[in-house]
Design a protein around this ligand. Structure first.
Ligand SMILES: [Zn+2]
Length: 408
């Protein structure tokens, strides 16, 4: 074996050894005794499949904040004002900073939406496709081609660019239909293209506090009508928090039936939503608990990192787990395990990673050993990611060093 991890504590609590060779998990069981080039003593520490950060914006990340941004629309316009100064090199430099943080923080797969608009053409996509190739030994990068703007149109030029993006190689097509001039038409046209190129869909859905914005229900109806089940991700779904329970229950049932994964992005919503409210301020976070209860696959992710949309973020899925747990009021040990699953297994399902993901023989050996005994401790203490493995190789090690001087 290349690596043998001894005494790894799985999320369910059992202690197992994990044998790794040729980038894959070969065996997992008690007291494995394979000869191995490297033995890692996990000593009962929590060992999980790597995090999957299923919703980010790498070409925007690290660009810095902007004054006067008081809404999602303001942030879109603020980034749009930088279009003319974007270069491939600049995009790659900033995206690399995020990837480095993500790797050290135990993320094995990161999905980025990529702006595809006539003003910048495919420059961001080309920059990130190059980076994807360079990065693949240390992190998998998935890309979602996304038309953008406030009141954007899926005109011929934009559709041609999306088709070109599909041919160049993206995992999914996206957009923010509630911001399109004609939201339903934007959903239809994007689904048409996804079917044509056999791609998944990953939309920003109803990222607004307004209850009368209802593209999620239309999306679910169309997915069911077309039989496009299981290949659609709906990010944000903020407006679901603003509608009545009766409407929410109806929409959630359709989302479940359509096999749509919902990705909640509390960090960005908390920062950008409800800006026009007096107290109490709506926070724009979707109905995570109700969605989970209905059996919908729900994940959380980072979204924007240090750009006009959100000045914060460290590409750290444990940090996002803590924010998510607090905002959706999930604090019991079992609930915190659910939250950790939302950033790992559920996110992997949303990203379509299939059987390659997880801790079982045949899975890609993307593994993180955390300095914690269980998910609750990992999230609450923001545990150090002692070892990060990608495709069976150690790609990061972290150590926490503390000197403390006590009076007792
Ligand atoms: Zn986003």
């Amino acid at each position: 074996m290349d690596i043998l991890i001894k005494q790894a504590r799985l999320m369910e609590g059992e202690l197992k050894d994990i044998a790794i060779k040729d980038g894959q998990i070969q065996d997992i069981g008690e007291n494995l005794s394979y000869p191995a080039q490297q033995v890692i003593e996990a000593q009962g520490r929590l060992t999980i499949p790597s995090f999957v950060d299923v919703h980010t914006h790498l070409e925007k990340a690290m660009v810095g904040v902007e004054s006067g941004v008081n809404s999602l629309e303001d942030a879109i316009l603020a980034f749009g004002s930088r279009y003319s100064s974007l270069t491939k090199e600049d995009i790659q430099t900033r995206a690399r900073q995020v990837l480095e943080l993500a790797i050290e923080n135990g993320t094995g797969t990161i999905r980025s939406h990529v702006t595809v608009v006539p003003e910048i053409g495919l420059i961001a996509l080309e920059a990130l496709l190059e980076l994807k190739e360079k990065a693949k030994r240390v992190i998998d990068l998935q890309l979602v081609a996304m038309p953008a703007g406030v009141k954007y149109e899926l005109d011929r030029k934009t559709l041609d660019l999306l088709e070109e993006a599909a041919r160049l190689g993206v995992e999914a097509l996206g957009g923010a239909p509630h911001l399109a001039l004609n939201p339903f038409e934007a959903i239809d046209k994007t689904l048409d293209l996804a079917e044509k190129y056999d791609l998944a869909i990953d939309f920003h859905v109803d990222e607004t506090d307004e209850p009368d914005v209802r593209t999620l229900e239309y999306l679910a109806d169309q997915v069911l009508k077309r039989g496009f089940k299981g290949r659609v991700v709906a990010g944000h779904c903020c407006a679901l928090a603003a509608v009545s329970d009766e409407v929410a229950n109806r929409v959630i049932a359709k989302v479940k039936e359509a096999g749509i994964s919902v990705v909640t992005l509390p960090s960005c919503n908390l920062y950008l939503m409800g800006r026009k409210d007096k107290q109490p301020i709506r926070r724009g976070v979707t109905r995570v608990r109700e969605l989970l209860k209905a059996g919908v696959n729900v994940a959380y992710a980072s979204d924007n990192i240090r750009d006009p949309f959100r000045p914060f973020g460290n590409a750290d899925m444990l940090e996002e787990a803590l924010i998510t747990a607090q905002v959706v009021q999930m604090g019991l040990p079992q609930e915190l395990e659910t939250v950790l699953r939302m950033g790992t297994y559920n996110a992997a399902q949303a990203a379509g990673l299939g059987k390659l993901y997880g801790l079982h023989p045949g899975a890609q050996a993307d593994v993180v050993i955390l300095d914690a005994r269980d998910p609750a401790e990992a999230i609450i203490t923001q545990a150090t990611k002692l070892y990060v493995l990608k495709r069976g190789r150690v790609v990061a090690k972290n150590k926490k060093q503390v000197e403390i001087y006590l009076p007792w």
